[in-house]
Design a protein around this ligand. Structure first.
Ligand SMILES: C[S@@+](CC[C@H](N)C(=O)[O-])C[C@H]1O[C@@H](n2cnc3c(N)ncnc32)[C@H](O)[C@@H]1O
Length: 224
């Protein structure tokens, strides 16, 4: 599918899909949204002193790798935290498209880490640093099956308007199974139907204030 580069409200770029009129991130600010939804209400929420380390994170929709990059940066600011990060992606973004994104520049950092996240091999657990390991899986979400493996899920599929099948019960059932007891799932969507589907599969769901441009987001917990 054709992708175009788009500058978002906070100066960071994202990819736009004209055919679907859909973006990889919020038009109001790609970095801003990812920091709010996934880092503040996901990573920082689960990082408590009683956590069994390393922290295992599953990302649904690795895409441009922005969430992985922000998780890498944020994890360095939390004492003794090491991360085992798994990103699922059915349609990897081409390296030429990755090269056009300005995340490292916007974050005032060298592009080395971002390049390493993308050049690392698929289907293997790769060392990005002593405390950050990345496994990228070229797989459809629908085909992924793991049980009680993850502390945290970043659910970052395209929206229910364009991919409704990824926001239905079978996918959230898989996500519920993939989490450890007390595991947490965060997503930018706050649709009532999505919240009710999460509750139907067993999650306890909170509505939280959304990032700029969005009233709310959801955090779902597998109480156990
Ligand atoms: C909203 S974008 C991802 C944003 C990503 N987290 C980022 O920071 O760039 C959704 C991603 O899900 C991927 N995707 C769409 N349908 C999929 C499927 N059925 N299985 C796996 N990946 C899928 C898309 O290719 C896209 O990269």
């Amino acid at each position: 599918m054709k992708k175009e580069l788009l500058k978002t409200g906070d100066g960071s770029t994202t990819l736009h899909l004209p055919q679907w009129n859909e973006q990889y991130h919020s038009k109001h600010g790609a970095i801003q949204e990812a920091l709010h939804v996934f880092i503040k209400h996901g990573l920082q929420y689960v990082c408590n002193p009683n956590l069994n380390k390393p922290l295992s994170i599953l990302e649904i929709g690795f895409g441009t790798g922005l969430n992985a990059l922000l998780t890498y940066i944020s994890s360095k600011e939390i004492d003794n935290l090491s991360i085992d990060y798994t990103g699922l992606e059915a349609y990897p973004v081409a390296m030429e498209e990755i090269d056009n994104l300005n995340f490292s520049e916007q974050l005032n950092m060298d592009n080395k880490v971002y390049t390493k996240l993308h050049s690392s091999a698929w289907e293997q657990r790769e060392k990005i640093s002593d405390t950050f390991y990345l496994t990228k899986k070229n797989i459809r979400f629908e085909d992924f099956q793991e049980s009680e493996k993850f502390h945290l899920i970043y659910f970052d599929a395209f929206g229910p308007r364009v991919q409704p099948e990824l926001w239905e019960k079978p996918i959230f059932q898989q996500m519920y199974l993939a989490l450890k007891p007390n595991g947490v799932l965060v997503t930018y969507s706050a649709k009532g139907a999505v919240r009710r589907t999460m509750q139907e599969v067993g999650f306890t769901v909170e509505r939280l204030p959304g990032p700029p441009g969005k009233r709310e987001m959801l955090r779902a917990i597998k109480i156990g």
